[in-house]
Design a protein around this ligand. Structure first.
Ligand SMILES: O=c1ccn([C@@H]2O[C@H](COP(=O)(O)OP(=O)(O)O[C@H]3OC[C@@H](O)[C@H](O)[C@H]3O)[C@@H](O)[C@H]2O)c(=O)[nH]1
Length: 380
């Protein structure tokens, strides 16, 4: 009797085991088909960091979010959606490692994090000139708030600074030791001086409070997820070429810029954050072209027959800009790897899809010209 009973129990146990195996396989089978997020690495508790990205729904911020999420970290994106868009990060919404907070950094923020990438600020000249007071508040009060947060929770903060701290430079190419040539009362000052004082704040918090800071001086960057209304040269030229309109060159077009593709920048930001370099580091692609050359190249890549028109020069427009990236190469082992044409083709593809999307949604915004509009009602 006993052996019959034992036999029966063994059979039941075996059946349960088989059922468990089956449901285990079924679970993975269903998961692999219903997977709705990009693949995310598994990181142990020790290696996984809680990372805050201010401006994380913006152009650069959203690509940084993708990288840090896919590397397996817990990412909190804070954005006030002035220039950022939910669409840029919507593919992460609901993921257990991801959180999106609609918040303006001008107000204090109380969360627990290990690292802060402080990117929040309008970055395109027409956007940052649109509401200079807000740009100043974001870069000054916003940066103070984030440094205060870093101090309270012992987090390391990386500031997204800019090549604009060099102003209209008198040395060429620009290295990190150059102090810059900025007009403190010109139309670009809200951004240039805002970023310069943001850098000053970082080093004051480092010296006085021991906060770990990293400062990236970001040179011109382009790529998918730039806003249609961004107003910077690459998105303007691509949109104009795609729509068969004339490409608008401000001034003679002899002013120069050097453009990096966004994935190169994101790799540089992560390398800098995790390095021991606390002094400012230039991140940019040193391949320099005139704006007229850019216009011709984009026209050629899009295959557009549109004209090139010359409009009046923008005030205080930097005439020559090119990063010296020796420091990033030596200290971070970083340099850009994406060729200009490859990056431009990816961006052209993105904007043609955006135009289709907008056409289906009955709204096609025109690129904004870099003009300051007076007498508008604005919210500070
Ligand atoms: O339609 C356009 C737009 C811009 N331009 C010109 O193209 C050049 C580049 O202009 P952008 O607006 O793209 O960018 P800028 O280099 O002036 O500023 C940028 O600098 C570095 C970053 O920090 C910022 O993203 C941004 O401030 C300027 O000389 C501008 O006058 C045109 O000729 N036509």
């Amino acid at each position: 009797d006993r052996s019959i009973q034992e036999n029966g129990e063994q059979k039941i146990e075996k059946q349960i085991e088989e059922y468990d195996n089956l449901s285990f396989f079924l679970f993975f089978f269903i998961c692999s088909f219903s997977q709705k997020y990009p693949p995310v690495k598994f990181l142990s508790e020790k290696d996984r960091k809680r990372i805050l990205i201010t401006g994380g729904a913006g152009f650069v911020g959203s690509h940084l979010t993708d990288k840090l999420m896919m590397d397996g970290h817990e990412v909190t994106v804070v954005d006030n959606f002035f220039t950022g868009r939910k669409r840029n990060v919507e593919h992460w919404i609901g993921h257990e490692n991801f959180e999106l907070i609609n918040h303006d950094v001008v107000e204090p923020l109380y969360i627990e994090v290990d690292q802060i990438y402080h990117l929040a600020s309008p970055a395109s000249p027409p956007n940052y000139m649109y509401n200079p007071i807000k740009t100043l508040k974001t870069n000054t009060i916003g940066t103070l708030n984030m440094l205060g947060l870093a101090k309270r929770v012992g987090a390391r903060l990386l500031l997204a600074s800019t090549s604009e701290v060099y102003g209209d430079p008198e040395v060429h190419p620009q290295n990190e030791d150059y102090w810059g040539h900025v007009n403190p009362i010109g139309p670009r000052a809200c951004y240039d001086e805002g970023k310069r004082v943001a850098e000053t704040m970082c080093y004051a918090y480092m010296k006085q409070e021991g906060v770990e800071v990293r400062v990236a001086r970001i040179f011109n960057t382009f790529g998918p997820r730039m806003h249609m209304n961004d107003g910077r040269v690459v998105s303007n030229f691509i949109l104009q070429a795609l729509q068969g309109e004339a490409l608008t060159v401000y001034g003679s077009g002899s002013q120069t810029r050097a453009f990096q593709y966004v994935s190169d920048l994101v790799n540089g930001l992560v390398a800098l954050m995790n390095s021991n370099v606390s002094s400012p580091v230039n991140l940019g692609n040193p391949e320099e072209h005139t704006i007229l050359e850019f216009a011709r190249l984009i026209k050629h890549l899009v295959g557009s027959g549109g004209e090139i028109t010359f409009l009046s020069e923008a005030q205080d427009d930097p005439q020559r800009r090119k990063p010296d990236i020796k420091k990033a190469k030596m200290m971070l082992g970083w340099e850009p790897v994406v060729p200009l044409e490859e990056g431009l083709n990816k961006t052209i593809h993105y904007f043609s899809k955006e135009l289709e999307y907008q056409a289906n949604n009955q709204y096609i915004p025109k690129p904004k010209p870099a003009r300051i509009k007076k007498g508008r009602t604005r919210h500070n």
